[in-house]
Structure formats: C-alpha cells, structure tokens
Write a protein that binds this ligand. Structure first.
Ligand SMILES: NC(=O)c1ccc[n+]([C@@H]2O[C@H](COP(=O)([O-])OP(=O)(O)OC[C@H]3O[C@@H](n4cnc5c(N)ncnc54)[C@H](O)[C@@H]3O)[C@@H](O)[C@H]2O)c1
Length: 332
C-alpha cells in the first residue's frame, strides 16, 4: 500500500515534509494546500499533485487522502495550527502536525480531544525523539541498563534573534527538549523556572527549569535563543540521563551517543548511529515512522510522538511561564 498524503502549509517546513514523502517508497503526495496561491502552485508543480487554496476546497475535491502533514506556523510558530487541524480531524483524517502543537494550550487540548472523540491518529513532529541514537538510548533505559534513573539534564540552545513575542523562545523551541525528557523520564508533576532576557533583547530568551517527574526523577532544562553562532545549529542539544548503574550522553540529537557504566571504565561511544549525520535528517526518521504506523493501521493511542505527548510538553511550558510570573513551584 502507498500512503496518499496531503500537505497543508508549504513554507520551508511543508516543503521539507514533501521531500521526505517524495523519496519514501510507501507514500505519494496527492494534494498540496496553502492559502498563498503562489506557494500552493509552486508545490503542485514540484510534487506533481493538484493545488488547493483552502482545506474545504481540498476536502470537497473528492481526492482520496489517507493522511495529512499540517505545516502552518503563525504566532509563536503555532498560532495558525488550530483551525485547519480541527477541520481535518473533524473530517476524520489522520494529521501529523508541526510543533508547537499550539501556542494556546487550551486549543491544543481541544485538538487532542477531537482526535480522541473521532478516534483518528494525531501525531506531532517531535522529531528529536525519533533519531536512531535516541531510540538506541531508549532501549538501554527500557532494558534497565541504567539501573534506576535519578537525574535527567537537557541543554537545548540555538541562535534565534526573532523578537516576536515575550514567550516565543519557551513556546517554540522547548516542545522539543521537554518531549525528549518525557520520552526517557515520563510525566512531569512539578515545575520551577527562572527566565532572563538576553543582552539587548526584549523577550525571555534564556531559561532554567527544574522539574520533578511523577516517578521521582529530577530534571533540569537549560534553554537559550542566544547561543551558538549565526546560522549554525552546532551545540543544539546535549542530553544526559543518569542512573544508579550507568549514564548516557546524547549529543546533537543524533550525532554522538556515549555510555558510561558506573562501576567500570568501559565507556562506549557511538557516532552517527544508523548513518544519520545531522539534525536535518531527523525529519526523515520521524515522518518515516508516521508513514509506517499509518500503513500498519495502528490504533490512535499507539501513535509515537502523539498529539497528547505534544500537549503534555506544552503544559510543562505553560507551568514554567506561570512559575516565573508567580515566583512559585507549579504543580501540574
Ligand atoms: N520539527 C522541527 O524540527 C521544526 C523546525 C522548524 C520549524 N518547525 C515548525 O514548522 C512549522 C512551519 O514553519 P515554516 O517556517 O515552514 O512556516 P511558514 O510561515 O514559512 O509556512 C507556513 C505556511 O502555512 C500557510 N498557511 C497558514 N494558514 C493556512 C491555512 N489555514 N491553510 C493552508 N495554509 C496555511 C502559510 O500561508 C505559509 O505558507 C512551524 O510550526 C514551526 O514551528 C518545526
């Protein structure tokens, strides 16, 4: 079976999704949709599928669509996702949304609830957890190689001078970091955060967040939009998970994975597991898994990197903002 895919929102990221589907042996692009006619028309030409300028027009066309990539953006990179996503889920179509699921956590909750009510698959492009290195480390955790996990530390930072809104950095970047932390440590129950505006900046572009996970694990996130050089994503991500028997360090989401046993010095280092060389390739592994799970016809609650996972990350983000605004520890 070939998964018939529509893509909504043909900016840089919609086109990134399209290139993945185009190369994938089990998917084909059957429709592209953007309210900006020139973007839809250009994509139609590139991917050889009809262009639509609204979701309604696309749904009314009668074209068979099995799943949709929803790559709109908007305020804090998530403000435009709600309406088209509700329309697609309401029509019973599986949706792979972009992150953040929404900049408005209430709307994020409505989208997740509608997907549940309709029993439709809803995933979000939480691509960082889908790298072969992240998956290998998850196997170690599940096999108990780390023993009991005590601590999880994440640093995620890039250079982003965009000053669009006070919470842009927290809401737009940290769905990724918090999702990866949840992937290894589970649900978060308490959050405490401090924010700092970068030099000369109007927005809260630096953050330190303490988290307590439901199972007692202690987590810390360091985040910034004022780090690394222009254009580069080097230094993007460092994750350290520390257990009673061993710890691991995952660098740059997929590039380097180091295993340190606690009671011996037999350190093991893996570089570029599965041949994945850089962050850009993470779209391929995440979207590949989405294609695979749709073809397998998995139940909506079995989707990896689900809308619900994205909502839970966004709830931690809002708790961090509330913690800073109120000077308190926020319980989720
Ligand atoms: N997962 C990742 O690693 C990653 C990386 C970067 C960006 N992103 C996310 O990807 C998303 C898209 O980013 P971008 O830079 O491509 O944005 P963009 O603004 O360039 O493109 C969004 C497109 O959506 C279209 N659009 C808006 N509302 C629409 C509607 N109702 N129907 C049809 N089209 C509509 C716009 O006209 C625009 O062409 C953002 O949410 C961003 O946060 C994810």
């Amino acid at each position: 079976m070939s998964l018939k895919v529509a893509i909504v929102g043909l900016g840089g990221i919609g086109n990134t999704h399209a290139r993945v589907y185009q190369k994938h042996p089990d998917s084909e692009i059957v429709a592209v949709c953007d309210i900006l006619h020139d973007r839809a028309d250009k994509a139609a030409e590139l991917y050889g599928s009809p262009a639509f300028y609204s979701i309604r027009e696309m749904l009314d066309s009668g074209i068979q669509i099995d799943a949709v990539s929803m790559c709109t953006a908007g305020v804090e990179n998530g403000g435009d996702h709600y309406e088209p996503t509700m329309e697609l889920l309401g029509a019973g179509l599986p949706v792979l949304g972009e992150k953040p699921i929404s900049n408005d956590v209430g709307k994020a909750g409505e989208m997740v609830a509608l997907a549940k009510a309709k029993n439709v698959r809803y995933g979000v492009n939480l691509n960082h957890r889908f790298t072969p290195a992240a998956v290998r480390a998850k196997e170690w955790v599940d096999e108990g190689r780390l023993g009991e996990i005590h601590i999880i530390n994440m640093t995620m930072w890039i250079n982003n001078p965009n000053e669009s809104s006070p919470w842009f950095h927290m809401r737009a970047l940290h769905p990724h970091s918090i999702d990866v932390m949840r992937y290894y440590a589970g649900d978060v129950v308490k959050v405490h955060a401090f924010f700092k505006k970068g030099k000369g900046r109007a927005i809260w572009s630096n953050v330190q967040v303490n988290m307590l996970f439901e199972n007692g694990i202690l987590g810390h996130l360091t985040g910034s939009y004022d780090a690394t050089g222009p254009g580069g994503s080097y230094g993007l991500e460092t994750l350290e998970v520390v257990g009673s028997d061993a710890r691991f360090i995952l660098r740059e989401a997929c590039e380097h994975l180091e295993f340190y046993p606690r009671f011996s010095r037999e350190t093991v280092t893996y570089d570029y597991i599965g041949g994945m060389m850089s962050f850009g390739e993470t779209f391929g592994s995440r979207i590949g898994r989405w294609v695979e799970q749709n073809i397998e016809g998995v139940k909506p609650e079995e989707i990896d990197g689900s809308g619900e996972d994205a909502l839970k990350a966004q709830l931690v983000i809002e708790a961090a903002i509330e913690s800073w605004q109120t000077g308190t520890v926020v319980t989720l």
